[in-house]
Write a protein that binds this ligand. Structure first.
Ligand SMILES: [Zn+2]
Ligand SMILES: [Zn+2]
Length: 878
């Protein structure tokens, strides 16, 4: 494509598809060979049956920016993609589909059901990967992994066996979180606690052989049927007479003891508590201390079972109601009071989770957590922003054993077999052929599967071939950085660190960068139920991937949440249009241009020097921000430079020279500068807006190959603070003239006479800029000098003590000009007073740096002079 063919408007859909396919075909996303440092990122694997949501779009854009920047910096880069089988979430989706056909998974049976899920997986996998391609993810598709593919499944079994051998995996009868809808155990992290208005019920249990009662309080009265004791503190004097007594459990007439336990809080409620070991974690421990056998009163669906007497067959909610009624009838309900409580809900289906006694597999986490803690403390791991380090530490310090077995069908089946002949338990990576003890062949595998995070926590090395010592494992472990959201810091981040130390001997990444969460315009979390979630695919169809990517980054300072609404994509879209149009304006004049730096340097004007100097600063700032994971700041830096300096000022200054043609004097300088600036800006922008920059790169003469693998720019050696200051002054003067023109309602295209009365050391500088000032402010004639006479009737302004006059005798509305000047005087006086107060403030004088105080003094002086001149001009009009 040549510059002539650039259409007027940018057609993102066609351009984006074309370039993505091209990049993949060229193999750019595969790490190039080379001994230099590799840059590796592992994608947080999205749920294979999920769709790309706006949070993914943000998360992926950050990773893509880092990867593309590193690739352009010459480092071999690997961004490894993959998806997660997402056990419970995926199983739920497929079960819901079956329910629509009036079926359950049991109608299909385990094999047929998992085959069905695999079919689903294939279908949805294509969807999520095509969405990632749409966004521009520069991942190496040749290394894509799935948490249930053969290699990763092997790694999962290997880890299970190794931890079991070490005694870090055990099977136990414990209170776990049970979801009666999903029919499975859940880890603590899979339970979402929601505050709600509940009730505290005070139940009275008759004391055997007396007319007295003991009162206990509970928020879940239905569990009373599983009570095996009432506990009081041994030193609680109120209950001393009851030591050794028993109480009669209402309805069931079961006789249960009053036990003494130090953990009972005598100050809470009545100081006596019911003990229900099968339905409460604290009670379970208390029960164990006192040798009390637990009584389970519900089945796995939350239905009261045979231990519930007359309440058998009721749901837990019905049972609660009926029990409370019945207690009231018998005068055994002391009182009921409103009570704020935190109720655990299943993360996947929102059912109320039941603390439930069950035999499950657990990982002993303490020894693993200790290394992960040390890693952070000794600096092997950094979490950005730093405030998250505390959260990470607190969780690791209070870590509890991880319940890893799930009563699901979709997932990695636990590699444990039991021999029917001798009951031997066999824990093996590969399915054993016979029992090692009795050689029996009747072996039955554990029915359960593993928590989905039990495969994700191995992601940093299982994806590279572990346990096999592959070339990839040597080359790409540990990765360079982990980019993810703070919501999975426990589920995933901390556990990956533990697994990294345990199985690879080192942290899986030196840096974790936790970005913010994408919220809606009102700051609420986006969710399907609120109907406020934006669909990134739709947004990209409408506005292009580049616009969406840039917008998300511009809205997010490091680690902060994003407040997103569709209209905010205008931010990126307007910028894309601006860049496109600016390029189209310049491109025809660069046709066939071959830069000649030496020739150009001899001709560079102030404007050229100035933009090249700012360009250098921009390159340095963007690079520095990327290095510090300040991705949003990097985007802002390049955005501001392109829009405010390049488009608003430089191109305006350069137009006449550019339009004069290649043979005009000074043409080499302006063409050289424009070419240099665009070639640099496009490369700086490429990681943020990969598609448009690739398209424009090919329309810019003298560029080699694709921008995707072009060299990351180095700052031009043009730092020139003197010229920067000169152009800043020029911008102020032009700004003031433009203001006057618009206030006097002079049409933008119309030329008008302007006079500038200069004073002091800057007089010469201003004089030198005569032609540029005239060009940019449409001043004709423009008179500049220290002895300029003030016209009799004129609009006026003051910039750093230089006076600007717009004489327009016939046009000036004297009254309007007077009002305008009065307002100016008022504004300047206010600033003058503020500055004065600051300089009289002893606190300021004592604390501020010397330069700052000096600067304030100079400012005060300038404001004073401005004020005086404005007042004088006003006087004339009066
Ligand atoms: Zn559930
Ligand atoms: Zn056996």
């Amino acid at each position: 494509m040549t510059e002539n063919e650039l259409p007027k408007a940018y057609e993102h859909t066609e351009v984006e598809r074309r370039w993505y396919d091209h990049w993949v075909k060229q193999g750019y996303f595969r790490p190039r060979d080379g001994a230099t440092d590799t840059f590796t990122i592992l994608i947080p694997p999205p749920n294979v049956t999920g769709t790309l949501h706006i949070g993914h779009a943000f998360d992926h854009t950050i990773q893509d920016v880092l990867t593309r920047w590193q690739r352009m910096s010459g480092n071999p880069t690997l961004w490894l993609p993959g998806t997660d089988h997402a056990g419970i979430a995926t199983q739920n989706v497929v079960e819901k589909r079956l329910a629509d056909q009036g079926k359950t998974r049991h109608d299909l049976g385990r094999d047929e059901f998992t085959a069905e899920v695999w079919r689903w997986k294939e279908q949805y996998h294509a969807r999520i990967t095509s969405q990632m391609k749409r966004l521009g993810d520069s991942v190496d598709w040749s290394r894509e992994r799935f948490t249930m593919d053969e290699g990763l499944s092997r790694a999962v079994r290997e880890v299970f066996v190794r931890l079991h051998k070490k005694g870090l995996i055990y099977r136990g009868n414990r209170i776990i979180n049970w979801c009666p809808r999903c029919h499975t155990a859940l880890s603590d992290e899979e339970v979402e606690h929601q505050e709600s208005d509940g009730k505290l019920y005070h139940l009275m249990y008759p004391i055997k052989g007396t007319q007295r009662h003991i009162t206990v309080a509970t928020t879940r009265p239905e569990t009373m049927l599983g009570d095996v004791a009432v506990a009081v503190h041994p030193k609680d004097k109120r209950y001393a007479p009851l030591h050794g007594k028993t109480v009669i459990l209402p309805f069931l007439r079961r006789e249960i003891p009053i036990v003494l336990d130090d953990t009972v809080d005598a100050k809470f409620g009545t100081g006596a508590v019911k003990v229900t070991p099968a339905h409460d974690a604290t009670d379970f421990e208390l029960g164990q201390r006192h040798d009390l056998a637990p009584v389970t009163v519900m089945d796995t669906s939350g239905i009261m079972n045979e231990n519930a007497g007359d309440f058998r067959g009721l749901t837990r909610e019905e049972a609660r109601e009926r029990i409370v009624e019945a207690l009231k009838d018998r005068g055994l309900l002391a009182r009921v009071e409103p009570y704020r409580l935190s109720v655990g809900h299943c993360q996947r289906c929102d059912s109320v989770v039941e603390p439930y006694l069950s035999v499950q597999w657990f990982v002993k986490m303490k020894p693993l957590a200790d290394r992960a803690l040390a890693g952070l403390q000794n600096g092997e791991l950094t979490i950005l922003p730093r405030r998250w380090e505390k959260v990470y530490l607190r969780w690791l310090e209070g870590i509890r054993d991880w319940c890893i077995s799930r009563q699901l069908w979709w997932g990695h089946r636990i590699p444990v077999w039991t021999c029917a002949g001798c009951n031997e338990m066999i824990v093996e990576v590969e399915t054993p052929a016979r029992c090692p003890k009795c050689s029996g062949k009747d072996l039955k595998q554990d029915e359960d599967v593993l928590d989905t995070w039990f495969s994700s926590w191995l992601w940093p090395f299982s994806t590279l071939g572990w346990p096999v010592e592959t070339e990839d494992l040597k080359r790409f472990y540990p990765s360079s950085v982990l980019v993810t959201g703070p919501d999975i810091i426990f589920f995933w981040v901390a556990r990956m660190v533990m697994a990294g130390y345990e199985f690879m001997g080192s942290a899986p990444f030196p840096v974790v960068y936790l970005h913010g969460i994408v919220r809606d315009g009102q700051g609420r979390k986006m969710s399907k139920s609120l109907g406020n979630s934006a669909d990134p695919i739709e947004l990209m169809e409408k506005h292009g991937a580049d616009s969406l990517r840039l917008t998300l980054l511009l809205l997010s300072p490091q680690g902060s949440d994003i407040h997103f609404a569709e209209e905010r994509v205008d931010l990126g879209r307007h910028f894309a249009n601006k860049l496109w149009n600016a390029f189209r304006l310049v491109a025809p004049h660069l046709k066939g241009y071959v830069p000649d730096e030496a020739k150009a340097r001899a001709q560079l004007t102030d404007a050229d020097h100035w933009i090249l100097s700012l360009l250098g600063t921009t390159v340095r700032q963007v690079t520095r921000n990327l290095r510090a994971y300040r991705i949003g700041d990097a985007a802002k830096e390049i955005y501001d430079f392109t829009w405010r300096e390049l488009c608003d000022w430089y191109l305006e200054m350069a137009k006449p020279r550019l339009y004069a043609g290649p043979d005009a004097p000074g043409a080499e300088a302006v063409r050289y500068t424009a070419h240099r600036v665009f070639s640099t800006v496009l490369r700086l922008l490429h990681p943020f807006m990969p598609y448009m920059t690739e398209e424009l790169w090919h329309a810019l003469p003298e560029t080699k190959g694709d921008i995707c693998v072009a060299e990351w720019p180095t700052p031009p050696r043009h730092a020139n603070k003197v010229v920067e200051a000169r152009i800043e002054l020029l911008k102020e003067l032009v700004g003031a003239i433009r203001n006057l023109r618009s206030e006097m309602n002079i049409a933008p295209a119309r030329k008008t006479a302007v006079l500038i009365r200069t004073v002091g050391g800057e007089a010469e500088t201003i004089h030198d800029q005569h032609d540029l000032i005239a060009l940019l402010s449409k001043a004709e004639p423009l008179e500049i000098g220290t002895d300029v006479k003030k016209p009799a009737v004129t609009a006026s302004a003051v910039v750093r003590s230089h006076e600007i006059f717009l004489p327009h005798a016939g046009l000036i509305d004297v009254a309007a000009e007077r009002t305008r000047l009065e307002k100016e005087v008022e504004k300047v006086s206010r600033e003058f007073d503020q500055s004065m107060r600051k300089l009289q403030n002893e606190d300021f004088l004592a604390k501020a740096k010397k330069e700052i105080v000096e600067r304030e003094r100079a400012r005060l002086e300038a404001l004073g002079a401005t004020k005086e001149k404005l007042e004088r001009n006003l006087e004339v009009l009066r």
